[in-house]
Design a protein around this ligand. Structure first.
Ligand code: ADP
Ligand code: TRP
Length: 319
């Protein structure tokens, strides 16, 4: 089974990215042939500064390696190191009805958040389909917001197969329901566009400030509280063991347990998981050569994996 996922280097990765996307990829790492790429072409829809894009690409690679990506088990590469995806995106584009892209929520959301309506932003799902289809992926771990893009991908694969003969596998999205939407510090979905994120590796002082600043209602410490739906509790569930979670729920319901107590428990649980990742990241960041070697080796494997499909595609379309 081939498993592929991609992530845009368009900002520092946050808790929502870790639990919504990265973790399911790590969990699947032992289950198939894995590919993970850094979608730097996609990030150009929002990042217009070359140095910033390059730095963010490196940051994403370091974050993944620090948190558990094993380059022996997962091929990690930069999207731009497989330029054939742009070629495939064109072939798919020629089969893509405008209406299909016009219906994409993500495009409409981005416009609603003030992004310029460029062709790149509009055609984004076609390039995403090319990323997936070029690798003949079976399974694509993504967040819930990417579900429609996977439907577009399947649709385009089908259109290509109908027009030119059986060429592409139809991939499935892998969206664990348990981590559907991670809340941010203001209770809305955590997202860099909403400025409510807690980054994976921001300085410890700033993590503490953000956790302590998570918005709550104004119940007093003495009052009993319903934990379900409370952002601190929802975030704690991601980091803590089931026993610890049950314990926090009981404390909330019993009363005499304030939001401050829960925030401290959340912070401790974050450190337990992330302190070793932070140490590993610092180690890797000191050694630029190893990172570049991993990305170059990944690029070579990814291009080799894409080659047979591209040969077939070119022959099919008449080139
Ligand atoms: P952002 O919303 O900060 O711009 P992206 O859209 O770049 O994040 O998301 C990258 C990946 O992380 C996607 O697969 C997305 O579904 C997942 N993800 C991001 N934020 C969350 C969240 N709050 N809850 C669950 N998954 C998330
Ligand atoms: N659109 C994805 C996101 O914003 C990133 C992405 C690009 C991707 N190409 C992909 C994810 C292919 C999975 C497979 O998160």
């Amino acid at each position: 089974m081939r498993i592929l996922t991609g992530i845009q280097p368009s900002g520092k990765l946050h808790w929502g990215n870790y639990f919504g996307a990265m973790k399911s990829m790590f969990d699947l790492q032992a289950k198939g042939e894995n590919f993970m790429f850094i979608a730097n072409f996609h990030a150009m829809t929002t990042v217009r500064d070359g140095a910033a894009l390059r730095a963010a690409t490196k940051d994403v690679a370091l974050d993944y390696l620090a948190c558990g990506l094993d380059p022996e088990k997962t091929v990690m590469y930069r999207q731009s190191d497989v330029p054939e995806v742009q070629e495939l995106a064109w072939y798919l584009s020629c089969l893509t009805p405008m209406g299909l892209l016009e219906r994409c929520h993500s495009y409409k959301d981005k416009l609603a958040h003030g992004l310029e309506a460029t062709h790149g932003l509009f055609a984004y799902p076609v390039l995403m389909a090319a990323d997936i289809l070029i690798m003949q992926a079976d399974l694509v771990p993504v967040g819930k917001d990417q579900k429609q893009h996977l439907e577009v991908t399947r649709d385009l694969a089908q259109k290509f197969n109908n027009a030119y003969g059986e060429t592409f596998k139809l991939p499935d999205a892998y969206i664990p329901e348990t981590v559907a939407t991670i809340p941010g510090t203001d209770g809305q979905k955590m997202s860099k566009s909403y400025h409510n994120t807690i980054e994976l590796f921001e300085p410890n002082g700033s993590i503490k400030k953000k956790v302590m600043g998570i918005v709550t209602d104004s119940k007093t410490m003495e009052e009993p509280k319903e934990p379900e739906g409370n952002s601190i509790y929802e975030l704690y569930k991601l980091f803590a063991t089931p026993e610890e979670v049950a314990d926090m729920a009981a404390h909330f319901r019993a009363g005499n347990y304030g939001y401050g107590h829960a925030k401290k428990a959340l912070l401790e649980a974050y450190h337990r998981l992330f302190d070793p990742f932070r140490a590993k990241r610092e180690e890797l960041a000191k050694d630029g050569d190893t990172l570049e070697d991993i990305l170059r080796a990944g690029a070579a494997k990814a291009r080799a994996a894409a080659a047979p499909t591209m040969e077939k595609v070119r022959a099919a379309v008449g080139l």
